[in-house]
Design a protein. Structure first.
Length: 542
């Protein structure tokens, strides 16, 4: 039986005009210029990196260059071959580049490998995507406009008051609607599945396959065609590798959508009704046979693009189920007894303690998933707390982050700022973090401790070996933060300057550190020109 027969009307008819926004309508709102600015000026650095970096000045420098003779004196290699090529608004490198590695700890205590692409290579990718935006918008409309509900839930869009175009946790039911309840009507089974190592598994040649079909793409290698330009630009940010796209930069989220929209289109034509969050699928079906067939068909469509299902995360579940995860439901049933103090409702110490205890109990029966603590801390950070409750919350979180370092990334926006925490308390927390990070070689934790010291203007204890630890880490972000910290303290920076000169031989993997540490005279084109123009990737507010 068709879903329309079950509902008596189409899903689209069930929502108001405001609620029935299509996927392509979001894309059409974005101009090619806004796409370029959003991806390059606000999407170079992953959100999980300590927020001391920005690519906005680099974006502004890129758009300011229009003189074809800007790099004229530096256009040739030593053998006389062209080093730079003209691509419209300015001359730039058009060659494969390596990238900076950064490990971000996830709630399952397995690091996620994030990347910071070479800025010129990433600029090229953003320019190619911008130049191809008209064709991409047409592709998105072709692949999605037949859908009665928006299958892909997380994608590029304009965000109110912001120029960035991507936010992982964005959800606006007034615009996106919430089709899950309607899709589930008549279903007895729910299937959950995801793509195995999605971004690292995307084959760059599959991008043209999605746009024009595999046979046509294989027959047409013309590099002037937009789909081949995108393929090459994606490879160029990953050192010419054809397997995998970088995790972190926002352009990768757009690229993954190109491939997965093609999969969605075919599955939707086959009658499946489901939603997709990046690479996570949830489908509602009538029985086990249909569920197994969906997994076969999903696997078959993914295979056309050299992707596979993650069978460890595949589940076939009997309905009905709670609409949210069991632990979320348990957390949401907690009733906060707020007391009115000074005319304002506040939580007392007892309430905060009970809520955190509940989170820990649920975590212990959910494979120590610290996402539960993450959730609890975010909930409390939005509440008004009594003075005693604030002190208790600070101390309890201080204790928890040393056990679950994954939570350290929450501190600034869920503890320090909401409760206007004193610098002395932030300093005490940061000192214990740096001690832990040095003992266990947790370089991401060390990055945050130093970032907090820079942001809130205090000195960390026992950092006489900071440069030694930074060099030992071989981590570009830690090296840069250590350099900035010691520079602020007026320390001798020779060790960092010498290391930066050594890293010139491995520039692409350490470009951010090398560029910020060295002088214009030590850098090659176009980085010397960027330096001369005053371009920095460090936020002024730091």
């Amino acid at each position: 039986m068709k879903l329309e027969e079950i509902l008596g009307s189409s899903i689209e008819d069930l929502f108001s005009e405001e609620e029935s926004r299509t996927y392509s309508s979001y894309a059409k709102e974005i101009t090619k210029e806004e796409l370029f600015e959003g991806l390059l000026g606000y999407g170079l650095f992953a959100e999980k990196i300590p927020p001391f970096v920005t690519s906005k000045p680099f974006y502004e420098w890129c758009v300011s260059i229009s003189d074809e003779n800007t790099f004229k004196s530096k256009m040739l290699n030593g053998d006389g071959t062209p080093k730079l090529k003209n691509n419209g608004d300015f001359r730039y490198y058009y060659a494969p580049q390596d990238y900076v590695r950064y490990e971000n700890m996830r709630n399952i205590n397995i690091p996620r490998p994030l990347a910071i692409p070479h800025p010129i290579a990433y600029r090229n990718l953003c320019k190619v995507l911008s130049d191809s935006w008209c064709e991409m918008q047409g592709y998105m409309q072709d692949k999605t406009d037949a859908q009665e509900h928006k299958v892909s839930r997380i994608h590029l869009r304009k965000l109110s008051g912001k120029k960035t175009l991507f936010k992982m946790s964005y959800k606006n039911f007034n615009l996106d609607a919430d089709p899950e309840v309607d899709i589930s009507i008549g279903a007895q089974i729910m299937v959950k599945a995801d793509v195995s190592n999605c971004f690292p598994s995307i084959y760059t040649h599959s991008i043209p396959w999605a746009f024009v079909g595999k046979a046509a793409a294989k027959a047409d290698k013309d590099l002037s065609k937009y789909f081949n330009k995108i393929d090459k630009a994606v490879r160029d940010v990953k050192y010419a590798e054809t397997h995998g796209i970088l995790i972190g930069p926002h352009a990768s989220n757009l690229i993954s959508e190109v491939v997965l929209l093609a999969v969605d289109s075919e599955l939707y034509k086959q009658g499946y009704r489901y939603i997709r969050n990046i690479d996570d699928y949830t489908c509602w079906l009538e029985n086990h046979e249909e569920a197994e067939q969906f997994l076969l068909d999903l696997s078959s469509e993914l295979k056309k693009f050299e992707l596979t299902l993650n069978h460890k995360k595949t589940e076939i579940l009997e309905l009905p189920l709670a609409s949210v995860e069991h632990w979320v439901r348990k957390m949401n049933t907690f009733y906060f007894h707020e007391q009115t103090i000074g005319g304002k409702p506040q939580l007392n110490l007892k309430e905060v303690n009970a809520y955190l205890d509940l989170a820990i109990e649920l975590m212990q029966v959910n494979n120590n998933n610290s996402a539960i603590l993450n959730y609890a801390i975010k909930v409390i950070s939005k509440k008004k707390l009594s003075k005693n409750a604030q002190d208790y919350f600070r101390k309890r979180v201080h204790h928890l982050i040393l056990i679950y370092p994954y939570l350290i990334t929450l501190l600034e926006y869920n503890l320090f700022k909401p409760f206007s925490m004193k610098a002395e308390h932030i300093e005490a927390i940061s000192n214990t973090i740096i001690t832990l990070s040095f003992r266990k070689n947790l370089w991401e934790a060390a990055c945050y401790a130093i970032y907090y010291a820079l942001k809130y203007d205090f000195e960390l204890d026992n950092l006489s070996n900071l440069s030694t630890k930074a060099i030992e880490s071989d981590d570009c972000i830690f090296l840069l933060l250590a350099y900035l910290y010691e520079k602020k303290q007026g320390a001798d920076l020779t060790v960092y300057q010498d290391l930066a000169k050594e890293k010139l031989d491995d520039f692409d993997r350490f470009w951010l550190f090398v560029y910020e540490v060295l002088e214009e005279s030590d850098l090659t084109e176009p980085f010397d020109l960027m330096k001369k123009s005053g371009v920095s990737f460090i936020k002024d507010s730091l």
